[in-house]
Ligand binder design. Structure first.
Ligand code: NAD
Length: 257
């Protein structure tokens, strides 16, 4: 494993690997969005520590837990309202547009890849999207601008017309992953020859099996993150530093690859 901690060199090395790959996949985590003011999960000062998510089992079992989950969700939404995509999102949208990256597999639920202009059909959301809600029984979509005022007026966890519990369309701890998203993510991980893991602590499973899958299938694994991850030792290269600073030049580069 080659460890690079200097921004300029990290940019040069990234340019090299992107220049020679046939198809790269970007696998993104919460660290990509911190520069947009959206806290990541594991950092010590993270707002998630003050408003921890409710595990799925509790959400399903108890209407009080559901109401608490919704209160916390809206607190977090207010904290991040107005967030705009950062340098990393813009760089990845550009690389996607250039065909250098074939897909973005994201653990993020913040919709920032879409906001940066990345084509929706090439974004694979493993943990859902916090921008809307859905019924756990019939799957109907519910818009937050309708759910929120009703919840705030009644204090009661929202229910669907079918009687099912309405939940933010994100995957909670203990909730099974969306199978189609996972299938597509596995496929692009197997098809790529460069797997870029960006801004993830790589400890959330099964998402963190994807870099291993790609690597075992012969892809080069490059990790871009501010701190060590458990997969650093098996990576070809680790670019350790600020994600926005490392990815910034790729917002408009590589056009003539
Ligand atoms: P994580 O919080 O476990 O890890 C983020 C990593 O990014 C950490 O190692 C941190 O050191 C690093 N990091 C943060 N800011 C950085 C920066 N500017 N430059 C370089 N490195 C930086 O995130 P995860 O692995 O994605 O797992 C968190 C889970 O929580 C995910 O499943 C996700 O669904 C959810 N989550 C999503 C969001 C979001 O959508 N933005 C935010 C918080 C949590």
């Amino acid at each position: 494993m080659i460890l690079i901690e200097e921004v300029k060199r990290a940019q040069q090395e990234l340019r090299k690997v992107l220049g020679v790959c046939d198809m790269a996949v970007a696998f993104t985590g919460a660290g990509l969005s911190t520069e947009c003011g959206i806290p990541d999960f594991r950092s010590m000062d993270s707002a998630w520590r003050r408003h921890p998510p409710i595990p799925f089992k509790e959400f399903v079992a108890d209407s009080e837990a559901r109401a608490l989950a919704w209160r916390r969700k809206f607190v977090m939404d207010d904290l991040t309202a107005g967030a705009q995509p950062g340098r990393g999102h813009r760089a990845l949208a550009h690389l996607l547009e250039q065909g250098i990256i074939g897909a973005i597999v994201t653990q993020n639920i913040d919709g920032m890849h879409q906001a940066a202009g990345a084509q929706d059909e090439r974004i694979i959301e493993l943990h859902g999207n916090g921008g809307y809600a859905s019924c756990l029984s019939c799957g109907a979509r519910h818009e937050l601008h309708e759910v929120r005022p009703r919840f705030e007026a009644s204090g009661l966890a929202p229910e669907c017309g079918c009687g099912g519990a309405v939940k933010s369309a994100t995957i909670s701890f203990g909730q099974s992953m969306p199978q189609e998203a996972l299938r597509r993510a596995r496929k692009v991980s197997l098809d790529c020859d460069l797997f870029l893991a960006i801004g993830s602590s790589l400890v959330v499973y099964p998402a963190a099996t994807l870099p291993v899958l790609a690597k075992e299938n012969g892809a080069a694994l490059v990790i871009v993150n501010g701190e060590p991850t458990p997969l650093d030792a098996s990576a070809d290269m680790v670019l350790r530093g600020d994600i926005g600073a490392i990815l910034e030049p790729f917002e408009g580069a590589l056009k003539n690859k």
